[in-house]
Design a protein around this ligand. Structure first.
Ligand SMILES: CC(C)(COP(=O)(O)OP(=O)(O)OC[C@H]1O[C@@H](n2cnc3c(N)ncnc32)[C@H](O)[C@@H]1OP(=O)(O)O)[C@@H](O)C(=O)NCCC(=O)NCCS
Length: 175
């Protein structure tokens, strides 16, 4: 699915600049994916990450990942997400992200979840707007994406922002 979605995903996804440049299919080889899965499982077991799959109509459709979980006085994390172009525009990611946020603010016990989005990414900005994230600022040259350091707008949602629940509020607003 990700190889088929190269044109759809590549301009929004970062890679470490220290790694040699690799083609999109090479970045999605079974070996790379196996290593990524191993890393995700290790990070999840350590409580630093929630790597989650998104299903739509019973089929794998994308991912929502909660990264950089820091506990203590911070209790914060940031999210990343993508969906198969074939199911885009149906509210799949905002619905999935709303469920993930309720999980983060509930059982996981986080206080703050952040999302960083390129200013050019109108669809992703719509996702955080629909869920009531607050725009907090702009990070200059924040992530290495598409062969350069790219500015990002920073959005955040706090546990106390939506005591009624993020999914409940989103569904009620959608009618
Ligand atoms: C950003 C993204 C995750 C949104 O997921 P989604 O499930 O399509 O979200 P929504 O259905 O709420 O649509 C969001 C916006 O996408 C746009 N959109 C709608 N239909 C679309 C389509 N068929 N194709 C592309 N964009 C579409 C609209 O602007 C929509 O906002 P609206 O509902 O106010 O009209 C998805 O576009 C995606 O995977 N993009 C590529 C990866 C990416 O940008 N990840 C985020 C990095 S920060």
């Amino acid at each position: 699915m990700r190889i088929r979605n190269e044109a759809w995903l590549k301009r929004w996804e970062g890679r470490p600049p220290s790694l040699p440049k690799a083609s999109w299919p090479d970045r999605h080889s079974p070996a790379v994916y196996t290593a990524m899965l191993r890393n995700h499982r290790r990070e999840a077991r350590a409580g630093r990450m929630l790597p989650l799959a998104v299903f739509s109509d019973g089929r794998l459709a994308g991912q929502v990942t909660v990264n950089g979980i820091v506990r203590g006085a911070f209790d914060s994390a940031y999210v990343g997400y993508w969906v198969d172009r074939r199911v885009a525009g149906r509210g799949v990611v905002p619905t999935a992200l709303a469920m993930v946020l309720d999980h983060c603010f509930g059982p996981v016990g986080l206080h703050r979840v952040e999302a960083n989005v390129r200013p050019e990414n109108a669809a992703s900005i719509r996702v955080v707007e629909k869920l009531g994230f607050r725009e907090e600022g702009r990070h200059a040259r924040y992530l290495f994406i598409d062969d350069d350091w790219r500015d990002h707008l920073s959005y955040a949602l706090l546990r106390e922002d939506q005591p009624e629940g993020v999914l409940r509020r989103f569904l009620a607003a959608r009618g």
